[in-house]
Design a protein around this ligand. Structure first.
Ligand code: PGA
Length: 255
């Protein structure tokens, strides 16, 4: 394993937080703190915040992403936003399959796959989330669950398109709970996911794919998590809403 061959990516997931003005303020305070980052820095923000976030970060190293997109290009899907709409406004990244979408909005592996393909077709880079529930971990099926989610989500995705896939391993029991997977647990499952990618494509694609850990990653635990060979970054919820905390995680990833 050679971590140096992959991009380290720290992405914030703001979830349903911040108005456009509040978001712009947060980003403005982050800009000087992360300007020397030696990793990719992304803020994934609510749809209505996208424009203000782009404006606030113009000319900086912070890239802006959305938190979801629909699989159709357009049509009768009240309340949804298409991948084309995002790319038309210059958005480069989109989170797909977050466990909160799966849990509260009926997202399935099949709809995650449809959204992944639509996002890739529109030219976006996808942050694809996979992860097990606590019961599944306790039943010893973490590897199977994460492998299945990864395989179904990537159905029909080519090796070339894998250059625009980032995977976020997010154990559901660690999200927003303050419970973090240990660095070894995170490394183990990120490694399992990498093996799945090697099986689906080849070792070269697996080695090149950025696999993040997410779930209560913060300024205190980031360095240890990110030191692991298979952990190539983080998807950060709560700590991404505080400029100093997010910046410390970015610094830990830049070492
Ligand atoms: P958390 O969220 O950092 O608040 O646990 C992570 C996520 O849901 O992406």
């Amino acid at each position: 394993m050679n971590k140096a061959t992959r991009k380290t990516v720290i992405a914030g997931n703001w979830k349903m937080n911040k108005t456009p003005a509040e978001g712009a303020e947060l980003l403005t305070s982050m800009i000087p703190l992360v300007k020397d980052a030696d990793c990719d820095v992304i803020a994934c923000v609510p749809f209505v915040d996208l424009y203000a976030a782009q404006e606030a970060t113009k000319g900086t190293n912070i890239k802006i992403g959305a938190e979801n997109c629909h699989w159709a290009e357009s049509g009768a899907f009240t309340g949804e936003i298409s991948a084309q709409m995002l790319s038309a406004m210059g958005i480069e990244y989109v989170i797909i399959g977050h466990s909160e979408r799966r849990q509260y909005f009926g997202e399935t592996d099949v709809t995650v796959n449809k959204r992944v393909k639509a996002a890739l077709k529109a030219g976006l880079t996808v942050i694809l989330c996979v992860g097990e529930y606590l019961e599944q971990r306790e039943q010893g099926v973490t590897a199977e669950v994460c492998a299945m989610q990864t395989k179904i989500a990537l159905g029909g995705v080519t090796a070339e398109e894998m250059e625009r896939i980032i995977i976020a391993y997010e154990p559901v029991w660690a999200i927003g709970t303050g419970l973090t997977a240990t660095a070894d647990q995170a490394d183990e499952v990120c490694g399992i996911i990498r093996d799945v990618i090697a099986g689906l494509y080849n070792a070269e694609v697996a080695e090149a794919t950025t696999i993040q850990y997410g779930g209560s990653m913060n300024d205190g635990n980031a360095e240890e998590l990110l030191s692991k060979v298979n952990v190539d970054g983080g998807l950060i919820g709560g700590a991404s809403l505080v400029a100093e905390k997010f910046a410390k995680i970015v610094s830990a990833a830049s070492k």
